[in-house]
Ligand binder design. Structure first.
Ligand code: R5P
Length: 293
């Protein structure tokens, strides 16, 4: 039976591309606020007897999370055989430890809420740092997809003679994999974070790579400080470019980052004017491979 693909508002474009690639039926989720601020949710599409994939990227998750839960519960109540969450960007992965006494480990609480609502989670490049896999947090089956091959293809097709640069040790996984795929050199910088918007970055001697175009690659651009500070340390090199997976670009981050680079591109995991790399084919393959009825 054809799967029903239901985008939360703001995810229609991604869901449409996904539905076309996996021959799913595209439905809709209507949401609005009641006058008292509570959320109203209505599904358009019949979930009865079939798998339902709710598409909702989780950038800025707090205002839409309850609607997402209500949509999933409604799909189940109306007879869906399974209710999956397709979240190209998965939120609350960075507060994975009590850094200071009394802090919430929100990645654990968020995982508990999602695990109690959905049957399965599919996502792309979740920020796994202190936890090696999503199964350390989530009790439902999860599928973790990687954008690196698509980033690598974009760089190979669009940047001549690149030097792939990861701005911190955590980015080795993306930088190394992209560089290997396209046969380019890569270096990884060292970052120390002092606060949400304060980072310091140490850069090794890059003089051997002055004839190459520096391409910074990272999983997330949030405050943008990582990218801005890293770009500032590349004096003497060709104008840098930047490719990120999750274009959160909080507050004025986009104007700051775009001023520092010749070009900034991102995947469509989070809708943003910098989106150039489509991820629907990755998710569609995973759905067709893993979640056949
Ligand atoms: C950090 O560990 C991540 O890989 C990113 O470098 C980080 O989340 C970027 O954050 P911001 O844009 O706020 O510097």
């Amino acid at each position: 039976m054809q799967r029903l693909i239901l985008p939360l508002p703001g995810n229609e474009g991604f869901a449409k591309r996904l539905a076309a690639l996996c021959q799913g039926e595209l439905g809709a989720v209507e949401t609005r606020q009641f006058p008292d601020g509570e959320s109203y949710v209505r599904l358009h599409g019949d979930p009865r007897g079939r798998a339902v994939d709710i598409v909702c990227t989780l950038a800025r998750p707090d205002p839409r999370f309850l609607s997402l839960v209500y949509a999933a519960d409604t799909a189940r109540e109306l007879g869906a055989t399974q209710v999956n969450l397709i979240a190209p960007y998965l939120a609350y992965m960075r507060q994975d430890k009590r850094f200071q006494e009394g802090e919430s480990i929100s990645s654990l609480s968020f995982a508990r809420l999602v695990s109690s609502t959905f049957d399965r989670l599919l996502t792309v490049d979740p920020h796994l740092h202190r936890h090696p896999t999503l199964s350390a947090l989530y009790t439902i089956p999860t599928t973790t997809l990687h954008a690196a091959p698509r980033l690598a293809s974009w760089i190979a097709a669009n940047v001549q003679s690149p030097l792939i640069i990861g701005p911190d040790e955590e980015s080795e996984q993306w930088a190394g994999s992209i560089a290997e795929r396209i046969g380019a050199p890569h270096v990884v910088l060292r970052k120390t974070r002092q606060g949400d918007r304060q980072v310091d970055i140490q850069v090794p001697d890059l003089s051997a790579w002055q004839d190459r175009t520096p391409v910074l690659v990272d999983d997330i651009a949030s405050s943008g400080r990582t990218l801005v500070v890293a770009a500032g340390k590349l004096a003497g090199m060709r104008p840098p470019q930047c490719v990120v997976v999750h274009a959160l670009f909080a507050e004025d981050a986009w104007s700051q980052v775009s001023d520092c680079f010749e070009r900034v591109v991102s995947t469509d995991a989070v809708p943003h004017p910098s989106n150039r790399i489509e991820l629907a084919p990755l998710l569609a393959n995973a759905l067709l491979r893993d979640l056949r009825d």
